[in-house]
Design a protein around this ligand. Structure first.
Ligand code: ADP
Length: 401
């Protein structure tokens, strides 16, 4: 049984075809620059195995349907294809950003679900319209194949009101649905299940703090397997310092800067989302470049790294207070899985809280779930995330009831 996972962006589609019996990825890829004169399609069959084969195409894709049609050609190609025809696709799982308070679980897509995704366009202006476009492409290209929406906000639905409400006038929650929703939910949920397996504990007895550190970064406080708090908020801008996003700042900075510089709300939003974070401090947002620069003595690069690790550490402390007895702090995503410097900086001088990092183990790369702790009350785990597999599994669960 194969499930096609689609993550549709405004001008891109990320996809992966997964064999659910073996959990192996049959192929994965990315269509970019949809609607531009020259688009780009990068396709890999049997990714990350000895049989991996890469295909790169530069051609125009007028719209998402055209891009996805080309993907179907590649998937079913008589030489390099991984399935004979579309009938070998059991279902399609779609990553959707925001289901608000109306969709709290993965759901089979129907007209009502599409209306809800549409209703939340104003709160997820970049993602929800693109996610809906992906669903409509699937309906057109795969008639009769069921689609399931898996929402980034789902995992955080268990937060209590005291954690998800902002201390603003209550009417802003009632009238405008202004509240913390949280994001990266599929990743936090996947690593929670994997951490339970690794520690040999039932998920509903697991108390952990998950750190998803990629270009976007968020943390989650998980008590008895359920999210009780998270760093991202109404939008994915709140919380940790990220590649280009500022994370937590004093909200009074926004009107202050707008008044002083005359920039508009939209421009301020762009500054906070695209020109801040690591990039705002040192001009770079790829952590590998930042390490190379700081090792050459670039002080701004060092400062950016120090600020990011400091803010993660601060939330580890806060979430330890929230969760109580913590089984483990879990690192995942590009930086969390690969950056030994970041993990070491976050866990440094945390012995009084029960975290003892094994620096030797921390410095080795394995690509599998493992502990980098040398004892102490709180384990420190690296768990590779797999959001596509989580979406595919949720898709099958929904369809099988
Ligand atoms: P996205 O949020 O786009 O999915 P990823 O999870 O792929 O992001 O993470 C991207 C981040 O991971 C980048 O900042 C990149 O520099 C960082 N990264 C990837 N590999 C390494 C590495 N070996 N060392 C340090 N940082 C790394």
């Amino acid at each position: 049984m194969n499930v096609l996972v689609i993550n549709s962006g405004s001008s891109s589609i990320k996809y992966q075809l997964i064999n659910m019996e073996t959990e192996a990825s049959l192929c994965s890829g990315l269509v970019e620059r949809i609607g531009e004169p020259v688009g780009k399609l990068t396709h890999k069959t049997h990714p990350d195995t000895d049989a991996e084969k890469k295909i790169a195409l530069n051609e125009a894709f007028a719209d998402h349907v055209a891009g996805m049609k080309r993907v179907v050609d590649l998937i079913t190609d008589s030489t390099d294809g991984v399935i004979k025809d579309k009938s070998e696709i059991y279902a399609i799982g779609h990553r959707v950003l925001l289901g608000g308070e109306k969709i709290t679980k993965s759901i089979k897509i129907d007209e009502w679900a599409k209306d809800v995704i549409r209703e939340y366009f104003p709160l997820g202006p970049l993602h929800n319209p693109a996610n809906l476009a992906g669903i409509e492409v699937a309906e057109e290209l795969f008639p009769g194949v069921p689609s399931v929406g898996v929402f980034d906000t789902e995992f955080h639905q268990t937060m209590p009101q005291k954690a998800f409400l902002y201390p603003l006038p209550y009417s802003m929650y009632e009238d405008l649905q202004v509240r913390r929703y949280g994001f990266h939910g599929t990743s936090h949920r996947y690593v929670t299940k994997q951490a339970a397996k690794f520690l040999g504990k039932p998920v509903d007895e697991l108390n952990i703090i998950t750190c998803h550190l990629g270009n976007g970064c968020s943390m989650c406080a998980i008590k008895n397997g359920k999210c009780v708090d998270t760093t991202m908020g109404l939008t994915p801008l709140e919380g940790l310092m990220m590649g280009t996003r500022c994370g937590d700042i004093d909200p009074a900075i926004v009107p202050f800067v707008m008044e002083k510089t005359g920039i508009s709300a939209a421009e301020m939003d762009t500054v906070m989302n695209k020109q801040s974070g690591l990039k705002g401090i040192c001009g770079m947002n790829d952590m590998r470049d930042i390490h190379a620069a700081r090792l050459e003595g670039n002080e701004k690069a060092q400062l950016a790294f120090d600020m990011m690790s400091y803010r993660i550490k601060k939330y580890v402390g806060a979430f330890m207070a929230v969760v109580g007895e913590v089984d483990a702090v879990v690192f995942t995503a590009g930086i969390g899985e690969n950056d030994e410097h970041m993990r070491a900086a976050v866990c440094q001088d945390m012995e009084h809280l029960g975290l003892f990092i094994d620096l030797e183990e921390n410095n080795t790369r394995r690509g599998v779930a493992r502990s980098i702790s040398k004892g102490g009350k709180v384990d420190i785990l690296i768990i590779p995330t797999n959001e596509e597999l989580e979406i595919a599994q949720a898709t099958v669960e929904v369809l099988k009831g």
